[in-house]
Design a protein. Structure first.
Length: 157
């Protein structure tokens, strides 16, 4: 046996917090006419960004189904957006981004023409994609129930 006995400490605070130095904060007033600005892009509403990402990703992954890629992407993104204005904005971004991405990928490939569009030329595919995207976005945003319809927000009545 050892000569020393272990005595548990009376302080129940974990050791990492017990040795940490105290933090002192000094507040200073800004001169008149000065304001603070964020250093990066501060997005107020992340729902729009995520609904755009859902639309673009779904539409791009299913590009080989000409009308249904826009319908699927619009449904997912429009449902996530929840409001008609956000859903239509996301559909407008998607209607430009996915055809632009496909055109860019075709330009850097060595094929002479877009032969993966199942018999459609690129203009017909873009029209089908845009129509499907906007129909899907409208349907997705209408299909999402509001907080007042689910009785989750009592003060809205």
């Amino acid at each position: 046996m050892s000569d020393t006995t272990l005595i548990p400490p009376d302080d129940k605070t974990p050791r990492s917090y017990a040795t940490e130095p105290a933090r002192y904060v000094d507040f200073a007033e800004l001169p008149p006419g000065m304001t603070l600005r964020p250093t990066g892009i501060a997005l107020k509403n992340h729902i729009t960004v995520v609904s755009i990402a859902a639309m673009v990703l779904t539409s791009f992954l299913t590009f080989w189904m000409p009308l249904f890629n826009g319908l699927l992407g619009g449904l997912f993104g429009g449902y996530h957006a929840g409001r008609m204005k956000r859903a239509l904005f996301a559909a407008a971004v998607n209607a430009v981004a996915v055809p632009g991405l496909l055109l860019f990928l075709n330009l850097i490939s060595e094929q002479p023409a877009l032969r993966f569009l199942m018999g459609l030329n690129f203009k017909e595919w873009v029209i089908a994609h845009i129509v499907g995207t906007f129909l899907g976005a409208i349907t997705g945003s209408v299909a999402r129930p509001r907080l007042t319809e689910r009785d989750l927000y009592q003060g809205a009545r």
